[in-house]
Design a binder for this molecule. Structure first.
Ligand code: LLP
Length: 436
């Protein structure tokens, strides 16, 4: 709902990380993504403690990735899950130990695999037989074995938006634990010379608010492992349960607590471990639950408008270019007006973005505090999948990302400007004269 260091003054001015949001907007401009350092670090530590003795949290970089964020991941001793060459080079440039990187994704190009092998990433998560063979061949060329996890789909329908569900059998991800598909993939992987299978992975979806789907996922993976032990004498040393733990976008959301959930998951993994075998090390890949609540976006109110139907639109200087989630997933957010936050939010408004799409609505039917032109409007909980899914639609440059901590602000990602918009463009060449 709010970062941990959120403070509201009697005048309704809000500060986070000891910095007044009004000052941030003046100094860095709007729209502006802000990250509360303390909240991120707290969530990282919660996972570190929850998994202590059982395994390791690997932050899912897709939620929000930049050099400074990876440096924090490194500082706090987490591993990192990357899904592209871009995330991988970011991690390497931030000095992340490659051994603590998991390389995910249902498509890894040759170039990306080469980069991963050369860097020495700890694990590749294998998504298809074609990828398995490709990595085997390429690892052979570099005379080493690639250490892998197999991504499995357990057939679990998590109750979350259809676009962010991944555990069902007809998902594009992984090998289904049905019709012998996952078992055959394991058999093939075990037969390959340059592949070492360390275990299994399954991720069932994102923004999941109850424990049950996670337990069902762990149970499915352990049941599968048990079968592999009985039939192939193969026992995994790693069980990667993915990410997906939800956050509080609204007061009604009641997400799982990492500590409690991990205890239950670790207990389950232990119960399924056959006598004489070592309990597999657990990996979790939280993304959203590390960074969503730490982040928020500051916008400037540019216009107000009443429609004949009685709706009041509050139009701001950002929108779907910096936060595509409402348009894509019908995601809802809460918002406040800075400087008025002490008042009762009694005005029902719809916060509209600046992009040329009717669907560019940031917050629908929200009660806010008497917004006016030039006010600063804060949309909370945008730290995950905000910047990382941002675009330059309508050729609007992307905002900066600033982190706040103990009264200081630090730029993590610079604001783009109109020069950046033009940077990759080349002028039309004169038509060549093709007549002979
Ligand atoms: N591991 C794997 C294999 C994943 O695919 C994902 C997310 C995660 C971990 C991290 O999940 P998290 O803890 O962040 O829920 N753009 C969507 C979310 C897509 C999630 C994709 N995979 C959104 O904005 O809701």
């Amino acid at each position: 709902m709010h970062p941990d260091t959120y403070v509201k003054s009697e005048t309704g001015h809000i500060s986070v990380g000891g910095v007044l949001l009004r000052d941030l907007a003046l100094r860095f401009g709007t729209p502006l993504y802000v990250i509360d350092y303390e909240t991120v670090v707290d969530r990282m530590r919660q996972y570190g403690q929850a998994l202590q003795g059982w395994g390791t949290p690997y932050y899912a970089g897709k939620a929000f990735c930049c050099r400074a964020m990876v440096e924090l991941v490194k500082q706090e001793g987490l591993g990192l899950d990357v899904v592209s060459g871009g995330e991988l080079v970011t991690a390497l440039s931030a000095g992340m130990d490659p051994a603590r990187i998991l390389f995910h994704g249902n498509v890894k190009t040759r170039e990306e695999i080469r980069l991963g092998l050369t860097a020495g990433v700890g694990h590749f998560v294998i998504d298809s037989l074609d990828e398995l063979r490709r990595i085997n061949d390429m690892a052979g060329e570099s005379e080493g074995a690639a250490v892998v996890l197999l991504r499995l789909t357990p057939g679990i329908e998590a109750h979350t938006h259809e676009f962010i569900r991944t555990g069902h059998f007809d998902s594009k991800f992984g090998f289904a634990m049905a019709e012998g598909i996952a078992t055959q993939a394991l058999e093939q992987a075990l037969a390959l010379k340059n592949i070492r299978v360390e275990g299994f992975h399954a991720h069932i979806g994102s923004q999941i608010l109850d424990d049950e789907p996670f337990l069902a996922n762990a149970e499915a993976l352990m049941q599968f492992s048990h079968d592999c032990w009985e039939r192939l004498s193969y026992w995994p040393s790693i069980i990667d349960l993915g990410g997906g733990i939800g956050v509080r976008y609204s007061g009604q959301d009641n997400p799982p607590q990492p500590g409690e959930l991990m205890n239950r998951l670790a207990g389950l993994v232990g119960e399924w471990t056959p006598p004489g075998q070592t309990r597999p090390r657990i990996i979790m890949e939280p993304g959203r639950s590390i960074v969503a609540e730490a982040g928020f976006t500051l916008y400037r109110v540019e216009a107000l408008k009443k429609t004949p139907g009685g709706r009041t639109y509050v139009s701001v200087d950002g929108g779907m270019g910096d936060n595509i989630r409402p348009a894509l997933y019908d995601a809802s957010y809460t918002c406040d007006v800075d400087g008025k936050a002490a008042r009762t939010p009694s005005y029902a408004v719809t916060v509209a973005g600046r992009y040329c799409e009717s669907g560019d609505i940031l917050v629908r039917d929200a009660y806010v505090q008497d917004p006016a032109v030039d006010d600063l409007l804060i949309v909370w909980d945008t730290g995950a999948y905000g910047y990382s899914m941002a675009s330059t639609y309508n050729r609007v440059p992307r905002p900066a990302v600033v982190a706040v901590h103990e009264g200081q602000a630090q730029v993590w990602i610079e604001r783009e400007d109109w020069q950046d918009v033009l940077r990759l463009d080349r002028p039309l060449e004169k038509q060549r004269d093709l007549t002979i």
